[in-house]
Design a protein around this ligand. Structure first.
Ligand code: G6P
Ligand code: MG
Length: 219
C-alpha cells in the first residue's frame, strides 16, 4: 500500500503508561475488595476511564451511585498521574522515537488516536508533542473504541484516506476500532492476544517501513 499516514494509540504503543493505568486500577479494585488481574486488565485497554470503572464494578458485582463513581474515577486518575508526572524524555517505549523520526524523514503524516484525557500531558512530558501533525484524544470523541470514530477523525484531520493510513494499537478494543473504520492495523504487543491485527510486533523497534508498504499485498 501507499503509506501516507500513521495513526498511533498512545498508552502501550508510544509509552508504557498501560502499566500505570493497570497499577492505579488494581489499587482501586483492592480498596473495593475486588480481585483484578493483569488478564482482566486486557479488557480495559483502550477503554475510557468511566467504562473501565464499570467493567471493574461489574466484575466485583458492585452497584454504586454515579456520584461515588465519579469520585472513584477521580481517585484512580490521581494515582495514575502520580506515575505519569515522573515521566521524562527517554521513557518512551523502545523504538518509538526512532520510528517517528523515520516517518518524518519519509514525509509520512503522523497522528495520535488516544482515548486518554491525559494524552497531551504524556506527550508533553516526553517532549514528543511536535512529532504529531494531529492529536485526537479522549476530550474530543463521543464514541469510544471499538467505535472507529477516533481513527476516522484522525485520518480526516490529517486529510488522508483510510486506505493510505495505518493504525498502531496495543488493545483489542483499539484493533477492532481501526478495523471497523477500514484501516490496516499493526498490533504492538503479544501476538496471542492481538491475533486480529494484520501484523503484530513486540514494539515499534521491530516495525519497518518496507513491511508496512507490503501490508496490502497478497503473500
Ligand atoms: C487509553 C488507555 C485506557 C484508559 C483510557 C482513558 O485508552 O488504554 O486504559 O482508560 O485511555 O484514559 P484517561 O487517562 O483519560 O483516564
Ligand atoms: Mg493502548
Amino acid at each position: 500500500m501507499d503509506v501516507k499516514a500513521c495513526i498511533f494509540d498512545l498508552d502501550g504503543v508510544i509509552v508504557d503508561t498501560a502499566k500505570y493505568h493497570y497499577l492505579a486500577w488494581k489499587r482501586l479494585a483492592e480498596e473495593l475488595d475486588i480481585n483484578f488481574t493483569e488478564e482482566d486488565n486486557e479488557e480495559l485497554k483502550g477503554v475510557s476511564r468511566m467504562d473501565s470503572l464499570d467493567i471493574i464494578l461489574r466484575k466485583g458485582k458492585k452497584e454504586i451511585s454515579q456520584e461515588k463513581k465519579e469520585e472513584l474515577a477521580a481517585r484512580k486518575n490521581e494515582w495514575y498521574l502520580e506515575f505519569v508526572n515522573e515521566m521524562k524524555p527517554g521513557d518512551e517505549l523502545p523504538g518509538a522515537r526512532h520510528f517517528l523520526d523515520t516517518l518524518k524523514e519519509n514525509n509520512i503524516k503522523i497522528g495520535l488516536g488516544s482515548s486518554s484525557k491525559n494524552a497531551k500531558l504524556c506527550l508533553s512530558l516526553l517532549d514528543m508533542t511536535d512529532y504529531f501533525d494531529v492529536i485526537v484524544d479522549g476530550t474530543m470523541i463521543t464514541k469510544a473504541k471499538p467505535d472507529p470514530q477516533i481513527f476516522l477523525m484522525g485520518a480526516e484531520k490529517l486529510s488522508e484516506r483510510v486506505e493510505n493510513s495505518i493504525v498502531f494499537e496495543d488493545a483489542i478494543a483499539g484493533i477492532e476500532s481501526a478495523q471497523n473504520g477500514g484501516f490496516k492495523v499493526v498490533g504492538i504487543g503479544d501476538a496471542k492476544i492481538l491475533d486480529k491485527a494484520d501484523i503484530v510486533r513486540s514494539s515499534l523497534a521491530e516495525v519497518s517501513l518496507d513491511e508496512l508498504k507490503s501490508l496490502n499485498n497478497p503473500k
